[in-house]
Design a protein around this ligand. Structure first.
Ligand SMILES: NC(=O)c1ccc[n+]([C@@H]2O[C@H](COP(=O)([O-])OP(=O)(O)OC[C@H]3O[C@@H](n4cnc5c(N)ncnc54)[C@H](OP(=O)(O)O)[C@@H]3O)[C@@H](O)[C@H]2O)c1
Length: 327
């Protein structure tokens, strides 16, 4: 495992880390023992950073991580999120009182007295134009409730706006072989300001593992079934906003770029690590074997110029038109 600086936090985080949404909920049924097995395996392999949120399974994901931490001695940084408990989910809801309340819930779920990192959870764009929200987060740092804060964004423009606030340490954004735009404007600016970038949805919800087909079926409570066209939350969070059929065609072409014996999942994660503005990718994993395959990406050699060109070419031909202007 290799480690990278996370912005100005002073932390060195595993370049392949762990996304803990699926083990909480909205991805079909999961088994807590199996989820814990995936988390343990990830830590065995050097993962030291986990991304979660208060709403993942209504605290289930956070509580699993609390259990994990009790069973392990290593330092594990845990990034959680706040804001999505709001209903309706409005900019006005992002106020000091609500944020303090959400953070108390996460402190309880994670069984700690100070949260490592709290991210605003894809708030409405208007929130980025309200300095008082970031002031409230500064107050929570001063009060010792949170160590650092950051944002999870939908759009590149939100990311660029958010990092104007000096307290913002991290930006979590969708970045993968099907989502290239963050590398254009945002990455150079994030580097300049020493803001840590967390690449989320790195496997396009599993599509980039190359294991899906037209016959793949998803349970009714899996967002890959119920959010395909953005019925529940931003469409970009499901298959990275790519229409499933187009995604499958693009994946077929991508396969030829991955070297013999290297899985498409590992190859696509290694592609993300080619961008040094990225502190880590946070692939979700429900099982130990998935965590292993994902971590293996860190051990691969850098992609060749030809492989980079191929990924870009597939993006340009199949994906760009569907996603580039939207996020
Ligand atoms: N708004 C936000 O802030 C937000 C939104 C989305 C995600 N996130 C964060 O980003 C993390 C990662 O994104 P994500 O979980 O949405 O998507 P992802 O990492 O692109 O895909 C994860 C899913 O792909 C499948 N998978 C993982 N590794 C695999 C492998 N090696 N081989 C085959 N299939 C594999 C698993 O599902 P199956 O086995 O069921 O196929 C897994 O749940 C989340 O866990 C969460 O922490 C944040």
């Amino acid at each position: 495992m290799h480690y990278r600086e996370l912005g100005r936090t002073g932390w060195k985080v595993s370049e392949i880390s762990f996304g803990a949404w699926a083990i909480g909920g909205s991805w079909g049924e999961t088994d807590d023992a199996e989820s814990l097995g995936a988390l343990h395996r990830a830590l065995d392999l050097g993962v030291n950073f986990i991304d979660t949120a208060d709403v993942y399974g209504d605290g289930r994901s956070e509580r699993l991580i609390a259990r994990l931490r009790k069973e392990r001695r290593e330092t594990v940084y845990v990034a959680t999120k706040a804001g999505r408990r709001l209903s309706p989910h409005t900019a006005d809801g992002y106020n000091a009182a609500n944020l303090a309340r959400f953070i108390e819930d996460s402190l309880r779920n994670l069984e700690t007295d100070c949260l490592d990192l709290v991210q605003l959870h894809c708030p409405p764009t208007e929130v980025y134009y309200r300095p008082e929200v970031f002031g409230a987060l500064d107050d929570l740092v001063r009060a010792g409730k949170i160590r650092h804060y950051g944002v999870s964004v939908e759009k590149v423009e939100e990311a660029l706006k958010a990092i104007e606030y000096p307290g913002v340490q991290t930006v979590q954004i969708i970045f993968n072989a099907f989502r290239h735009r963050p590398a254009e404007l945002f990455f150079p600016e994030a580097r300049r300001r020493q803001v840590g970038v967390l690449a989320r949805v790195p496997l396009a919800s599993g599509l980039l593992s190359g294991r899906m087909s037209r016959a793949s079926a998803f349970a009714a409570d899996d967002h890959r079934n119920f959010n395909r066209s953005g019925q529940a939350f931003d469409r970009g969070e499901t298959f990275s906003g790519v229409d499933f059929e187009t995604g499958l065609q693009a994946v077929e072409e991508l396969r030829s770029a991955a070297p013999e014996g290297v899985s498409l999942a590992s190859f696509c994660l290694r592609w993300i690590l080619m961008f040094d503005a990225v502190a880590c990718a946070i692939p979700g994993a429900k099982r130990a074997a998935q965590a292993e395959e994902n971590v293996a990406a860190g051990g691969l050699p850098p992609l060749t110029t030809e492989q980079m060109r191929k990924v870009r070419d597939v993006y340009d031909r199949y994906i760009r038109q569907q996603v580039h202007a939207r996020w």
